[in-house]
Design a binder for this molecule. Structure first.
Ligand code: NOJ
Length: 742
């Protein structure tokens, strides 16, 4: 990995940097040990996502200098009151940093991050984060706990909705863009917020997809899969990182010296702030690696974790630990220095009230431009999973039956982690289609939880029978994904499958719109429902965005950032799997039938389902067709110092304009450690008119071929590689080989 100093101060002018450094050092020399420890104490104001141990009177704590930052404050008035207490009534008048989880929009809610990643367009992630930052900063927020960059390969885990899916590269590119969007060029500007890359690290590997569960991954997996998105965020200048809840090598991430001091600060040169997750310092006790809070506080400060989110471990124990000579005061100083530097970079020492401007607030929240941005991002996030006989797009002159409680559920469209999102701001699919389709009949069919009553079913069958086409909204409630929302069964909740069965049986063509915070196991639906559009949770502009695609104004251009399993039994399931000693892939054996002989049996396979997913990473259909030709490499032998150019021509062979995501994978054929079957290294999204072609060029360097080798270093090893280009990870249409030579 690259090494260079990474500090928020690096982005400032020398004068501003010097002024902040001087101010911070002066404060440090003036603060008592108690006051320094107070800075490291972060307390919750409003909405709790667990038990808050730091149970102190908030206002008294701020006034006494026992609190350095607050999360989850209620509104601008409360924010101002807290800040006034800190600035005007505490001893040194140090402003607070005010934090909130602004994950996919503040008031203008965008698609959930997994959906945004499905756009395969980092500019969409940058745009949504930019809008979110503008709104949040106008409402008093200084610091968001986003982006989540956890690589998630288990859709049972509810938090896959918060990040960018199963692939480290797509996650890295998307997360970098999010950091840029949140932080902009100047963190002191009144429309930017401090970002936080989380959860450091490995949280996406929670065993069995169960929230807050154990993680047990190898160092190679840590370095190749889970670390790269963090490194990408550091490259983009992220100013804070959050400890994960999980263990690494049986040591909680918060107290894991190797992870924080060793890799994050030592190898990756991160110089800014590390914040715990909610009570993650306190949870050392539950993990059984600390006997009490004092022990926990010692371990976490020694590991290099700075701010204590709500556990109270630092507030109650650090002073004693220093006074007893157990913890070196210099460690406390380092942590406080990092927090005060953040306050300086945010411009809070110059004007602690700069983010509290009622007028600005009223001009910047939920503007028409912001809504237009939300619609654009939502449109790009939609993935057409299948479209038999070109059922979609629907002709707006047809008689359309719209079915499903989710088609009219404003609150569900906002998804989990909705910050200040308000269901009243949402335009539902029902509202939009009522406006845009000449003859629309809406029937609920099933309620939002998926329950189908006899009468509901009867009315739905009746409406669909007499329609030209049915659009059926099915899926999860918003609360079925997100934090603490793991599911063991990934089928459509309730009776929704039965509803679909009955509607398909009417003979009227059915297009299902799926709402979900994760890949679902929809094998039956894929077999029986002619068209499936994955809509995730699209945000305030759900209706207009979905209608744009359903009615054909826009070509569906989303591609899956995570594989959809046939069944939960295949999980974890991801395209960039390692090669096994007994592979059963690439069409050599028909994996859809039970093995009949030795050659078919003693392979890495199931007896009852194929290895392959239902819909693979990168999959997504368009209303037109694309053909790939002329894949050309600049050379067939390249050294580590040289660049390899790759060119391919993509032709829109259909009769309407469309958007294609060109995906470039590399396969390292022999390595000192087993290598994934393929890895995404580049992609590009292009609009191509009917009958037109576009030539796409990529440049690859040794960094794209590097991995954590048997020598425990990142390197590209000489040997043969394949460049694979295509439409999806399971739809590679052009392959060329080259050698990396010494
Ligand atoms: C716990 C979550 O794991 C984390 O992502 C979030 O930022 C904090 N709670 C604060 O809400």
């Amino acid at each position: 990995m690259e090494t260079q100093t990474r500090s928020l101060l690096d982005h400032l002018s020398p004068e501003r940097r010097a002024a902040i450094e001087e101010h911070v050092e002066t404060l440090l020399s003036e603060l008592t040990l108690e006051q320094k420890v107070g800075q490291l104490n972060q307390v919750n104001a409003d909405f709790a996502t667990g038990t808050a141990v730091a149970d102190m009177d908030l206002e008294e704590g701020i006034r006494d200098g026992d609190i350095g930052s607050v999360l989850n404050f209620a509104d601008l008035d409360e924010a101002r009151r807290f800040q006034e207490l800190a600035v005007e009534e505490s001893d040194h008048g140090i402003p607070l940093v005010l934090a909130l989880d602004v994950i996919h929009g503040y008031r203008t809610i965008f698609p959930i991050p997994l959906g945004e990643a499905a756009s395969w367009n980092p500019e969409m992630a940058a745009l949504s984060a930019r809008v979110a930052a503008t709104e949040a900063a106008a409402d008093g927020v200084h610091w968001t706990f986003a982006p989540s960059v956890d690589v998630g390969r288990d859709p049972r885990w509810g938090r896959v909705m918060e990040a960018a899916g199963e692939d480290p590269y797509l996650t890295a590119e998307t997360s970098k863009a999010r950091v840029r969007g949140f932080q902009g060029d100047d963190l002191a500007a009144d429309d930017t917020v401090l970002a936080c890359a989380k959860h450091y690290v490995g949280y996406g590997a929670s065993e069995a997809g169960r929230e807050y569960n154990t993680v047990d991954i190898s160092e190679t997996t840590l370095r190749e899969v889970h670390l790269p998105p963090f490194e990408a965020c550091l490259e983009a200048g992220v100013g804070s990182v959050m400890n994960a809840f999980n263990l690494h090598e049986r040591i909680p991430a918060s107290s894991n010296e190797e992870l924080v001091e060793g890799i994050l600060r030592g190898e990756l040169d991160f110089e800014d702030l590390v914040v715990s997750d909610w009570n993650s310092f306190g949870e050392l006790i539950e993990h059984g690696v600390a006997g009490d809070l004092r022990d926990a506080a010692r371990a976490c400060i020694e590991a290099g974790s700075d701010v204590d989110m709500v556990s109270g471990a630092y507030a109650t124990e650090l002073v004693g630990l220093v006074e007893d000579g157990v913890v070196d005061e210099a460690l406390v100083d380092d942590a406080v220095r990092r927090l005060l530097t953040v306050k300086g970079v945010l411009g809070l020492f110059d004007d602690p009230y700069r983010y509290f401007d009622e007028e600005r607030r009223s001009q910047r929240i939920l503007t028409d431009d912001h809504r237009a941005a939300a619609r654009e991002v939502a449109r790009e996030s939609l993935v057409l999973l299948k479209n038999e006989a070109d059922l979609l797009p629907v002709d707006e002159r047809d008689d359309v039956a719209l079915v499903g409680g989710l088609a009219d559920s404003a609150t569900d469209m906002l998804g989990a982690w909705r910050a200040e999102g308000d269901p009243d701001d949402v335009t539902t699919l029902r509202t939009t289609l009522t406006d845009r389709v000449e003859s629309l009949t809406y029937v609920e069919g099933c309620d939002r939880d998926g329950a189908v009553g006899d009468e509901q079913l009867e009315r739905a069958v009746e409406a669909v029978t007499s329609a030209d086409v049915a659009i059926v909204a099915v899926g999860e409630r918003y609360s079925q994904s997100g934090e603490a929302a793991s599911r063991a069964h990934l089928d459509l909740p309730g009776d929704q499958r039965a509803l679909l069965e009955a509607l398909v049986e009417t003979g009227t063509p059915v297009a299902a719109v799926l709402f979900s915070g994760r890949p679902l196991a929809i094998d039956w639906e894929a077999d029986h429902v002619p068209a499936l559009l994955e809509a995730w949770f699209p945000g305030v502009e759900a209706g207009p965005a979905i209608a744009d695609v359903l009615l054909g104004e826009d070509d569906p251009s989303g591609r899956l950032p995570m594989s959809f399993p046939i069944t939960e039994g295949q999980i974890p399931l991801y395209y960039n799997r390692l090669r096994t000693g007994r592979p059963a892939e690439d069409g050599e054996v028909d994996l859809t039938v039970a093995p009949e002989n030795h050659a078919e049996k003693y392979l890495s396979r199931y007896l009852d389902v194929p290895n392959e997913p239902l819909y693979a990473f990168g999959h997504g259909e368009s209303y037109t067709e694309f053909a790939y030709t002329d894949l050309t490499l600049g050379t067939d032998a390249v050294t580590a110092e040289e660049t390899l150019s790759v060119e391919v021509t993509v032709e829109n062979t259909g009769d309407r304009a469309g958007t294609e995501v060109v995906q470039l994978y590399v396969s390292d054929l022999v390595g000192s450690r087993a290598r994934p079957v393929r890895e995404l290294v580049r992609f590009d999204k292009l609009d191509i008119d009917a009958g037109d072609s576009a030539t796409v060029s990529f440049e690859l360097t040794a960094a794209d071929l590097a991995f954590w080798t048997a020598d425990e270093t990142y390197a590209a090893e000489p040997g043969a590689f394949e460049v694979q280009v295509g439409h999806a990870s399971d739809d590679i249409t052009a392959v060329e080989r080259f050698e990396l030579v010494e």
